[in-house]
Design a protein around this ligand. Structure first.
Ligand SMILES: O=C(O)c1ccccc1NCC(=O)[C@H](O)[C@H](O)COP(=O)(O)O
Length: 265
């Protein structure tokens, strides 16, 4: 499966990175940094589905999505058109991202920034904080139960929010037992790469605690999709390809939101 390949590559990359930068160097810098921007509250818009707009150049399922990829420009247009947060792919080999993209996006925006990567080691949580992330992604399929708990604890200690991602009912049950407060339901089947919003509809109905913020991820393309998510009580949608592939990603976001911002409704 693609996830195992990505994680194997991440392990190699991390071994080299940890040799170059001791974790203590990151821990020394962190107290001097400004506090992260609140991610969870930004995703709660009464009566609306908040949009986490994603900056990514490529993906394993789609190859290169945008040849002229300028994360700062994308981020600026997303914020201008009413995104609630920005997700930045920092994984290098499969998504052609880079950690520096996150720092650049953070500099030119005032909304929270999510680091979208494959976090398998506490080192990456400290690194994310130093890069300027306000939130990190934790993928249940990539982590053991005790890691899910430990990583959320480390992140909380650094002021970082966690979007904890699930694909299946079993993963959801495990993640709920860790006390996660922001849960992402990923509609993409990582074996076939197909996306199906009914994954969100099914798993969303199993989350009964209203304090938990529910995010639907992947394969969201239109205002109609957003309306369906709203009807099912989903708080936020993470959207990448549909925006990044658009000739004008800001206009794409505007359309996804039903044209409200530009028409002043
Ligand atoms: O997108 C992929 O091909 C992929 C493959 C393996 C692991 C993760 C993958 N995507 C990451 C994401 O979850 C998406 O970037 C994100 O949810 C946005 O999805 P989309 O709107 O469909 O671009």
């Amino acid at each position: 499966m693609i996830l195992s390949k990505i994680i194997a590559s991440k392990e190699l990359e991390l071994a080299a990175l940890k040799e170059k930068t001791p974790i203590e160097a990151l821990q020394t810098v962190i107290p001097t940094l400004p506090a992260p921007r609140p991610f969870g509250p930004a995703l709660r818009l009464p009566g609306q589905v908040a949009i986490i707009a994603e900056a990514k150049k490529a993906s394993p399922s789609k190859g290169i999505i945008r040849h002229q990829y300028e994360p700062e420009q994308l981020a600026r247009s997303y914020e201008r058109e009413g995104a609630s947060a920005i997700s930045v792919l920092t994984e290098e080999k499969f998504f052609l991202g880079h950690p520096s993209h996150l720092t650049l996006v953070k500099k030119v925006t005032s909304i929270p920034v999510l680091r979208k990567d494959f976090i398998i080691d506490p080192f990456q949580i400290y690194e994310s904080r130093v890069l300027g992330a306000d939130a990190i992604l934790l993928i249940a399929a990539a982590l053991k139960q005790d890691q899910l708990e430990e990583f959320q604890e480390i992140a909380a200690g650094l002021g970082l929010s966690c979007l904890v991602e699930v694909h299946t009912e079993l993963e959801l049950i495990n993640v709920l037992s860790t006390g996660a407060s922001i849960i992402g339901i990923n509609n993409r089947n990582l074996k076939t790469f197909e996306t199906d919003l009914s994954v969100t509809f099914k798993l969303r109905s199993l989350i009964t605690n209203n304090q938990i913020t529910v995010v639907s991820e992947s394969g969201i393309k239109s205002y109609q999709d957003i309306l369906k998510l709203r009807e099912k009580g989903v708080h936020a949608a993470l959207v990448g390809e549909a925006l990044v592939r658009s000739p004008d990603p800001g206009a794409g976001l505007n359309q996804l939101k039903g044209g409200r911002v530009r028409e002043g409704l």
